[in-house]
Design a binder for this molecule. Structure first.
Ligand code: CA
Length: 416
């Protein structure tokens, strides 16, 4: 059981950024270039400033790791340091401590006055396909309703290598992609703007410890290689995807942009929310076996907001539905000796539940465009329209302990 924590920072009711959370991000203000911070309530603790003042003595003495445009150097200091810094910040922010309180006008920056940036320099990006409900739904629509899951799916955490250069932080607009598609009523492919633009509700973990080529990470050690998690929107052009994906998988239907939330929530902050993952049947190979609770109970929501209109919730899902957990994903990723690096991003795959309102993409919500999704402004959607903003939110809660991810929000601009 987590002990009760209190802080002198005023935390609004239902804030994602409680004293139990303390997620890391990179922010800039009118006064300084991007640097590291920790979110608390409606504020950001300026880690560079706090370190310069000597308040992190004994934990981190070299403040330069915080005066950088990415968190990679800080993350590379390792899990013991992340944990010590978390404890130190809890101490400095607690009611009974005045050291940081006395410096709060300089140490705390209002989030409304800050610009958030991509928190890590991402060397490599992998996207898994680990929700059995999503894989089943897609298999039913794209292939054979009777054999929706391919024979390998329950034996391998299926994934592909995506494109890291086009991962952007929340708030970055995305242009509708153009490309080659083959409409059902056409003999030959055409070139046009995508007509079936979609979101994919995902979460991603950030690798916190590098491995060498040839080295495999066991499921037992895997979580020691994970720094934390973010919300992730894997934008998908279904018409481009459908025409191009055989035989080598996703390409231009996916690599025009993926959006992530700016705050990385550490695994340590998520400890209270561990749950059992779905039972795996058939039994997996020994290198994929694991012990303990490797799932996390994280509520997820997706909203669509048309231009100049209010938002409508179109999906409610949960990270705990994942058939394959993060430890298995990382063990599988490295079992052949593939190396991973600090800052690598590994996304879960679309997180769908069993119920129709739990489907994590428009493809599933509209069932391949057969059904329409009503929005509050009276309009309807099968897929996304230009100037729609997609907002994904996520949080975990257990009694008074709330740990949230904020949001990943991006607008679709017309094709260039
Ligand atoms: Ca995906």
């Amino acid at each position: 059981m987590t002990e009760h924590l209190s802080t002198w920072v005023e935390i609004p009711k239902d804030s994602d950024f409680t004293i139990y959370n303390l997620p890391y991000g990179i922010f800039s203000t009118a006064n300084h270039s991007p640097r590291a911070g920790v979110a608390i309530g409606e504020y950001i603790v300026d880690l560079f400033f706090v370190c310069e003042k000597g308040l992190l003595e004994g934990v981190i003495n070299d403040s330069t790791v915080f005066n950088k445009a990415f968190l990679n150097d800080f993350i590379s200091l390792g899990k013991d340091t992340w944990s010590k810094l978390r404890n130190k910040l809890i101490e400095l922010l607690s009611d009974s401590n005045s050291k940081l309180f006395q410096l709060k006008s300089e140490a705390l920056v209002a989030q409304k006055d800050a610009t958030m940036h991509l928190p890590v320099q991402i060397g490599d990006y992998t996207d898994f396909y680990s929700s059995i409900e999503h894989a089943t739904n897609v298999g039913k629509m794209f292939r054979d309703p009777e054999n929706a899951l391919l024979p390998n799916w329950k034996h391998i955490p299926v994934g592909y290598h995506g494109r890291s250069s086009s991962i952007v932080v929340s708030g970055t607009d995305i242009h509708r992609p153009k490309g080659q598609t083959k409409p059902n009523d056409s003999e030959v492919p055409i070139f046009s703007a995508s007509r079936l633009l979609d979101f994919e509700l995902e979460m991603a973990f950030v690798v916190g410890k590098s491995t060498k080529l040839g080295e495999a990470v066991s499921t037992k050690d895997a979580e020691g290689h994970i720094f934390g998690m973010v919300l992730f929107n894997d934008w998908s052009a279904r018409d481009i995807q459908k025409w191009e994906y055989v035989p080598l998988g996703p390409f231009l239907g996916k690599n025009f942009g993926s959006s992530m939330s700016p705050w990385i929530v550490t695994l340590e902050a998520l400890e209270p929310f561990r749950v059992d993952s779905p039972k795996q049947d058939p039994k997996v190979l020994p290198y994929l076996e694991y012990e303990g609770k490797k799932g996390f109970d994280i509520s997820l929501e997706v909203y669509i907001k048309p231009e100049n209109s209010e938002e409508t919730k179109v999906c409610t899902s949960n990270f705990k539905y994942m058939y394959w957990n993060m430890a298995q994903q990382l063990a599988h990723h490295t079992v052949n000796g593939c190396n991973v690096n600090v800052g690598d991003v590994m996304a879960s795959g679309t997180i769908s539940g069993k119920e129709k309102h739990e489907f994590g993409s428009m493809l599933e919500l509209s069932w391949g465009g057969k059904n329409t999704i009503p929005l509050k402004d009276g309009s309807e959607r099968k897929f996304l329209q230009d100037n729609d903003t997609v907002i994904m939110k996520g949080h975990a809660q257990k009694e008074e302990i709330r740990v949230g991810f904020g949001e990943v929000r991006s607008k679709i601009l017309p094709a260039k």
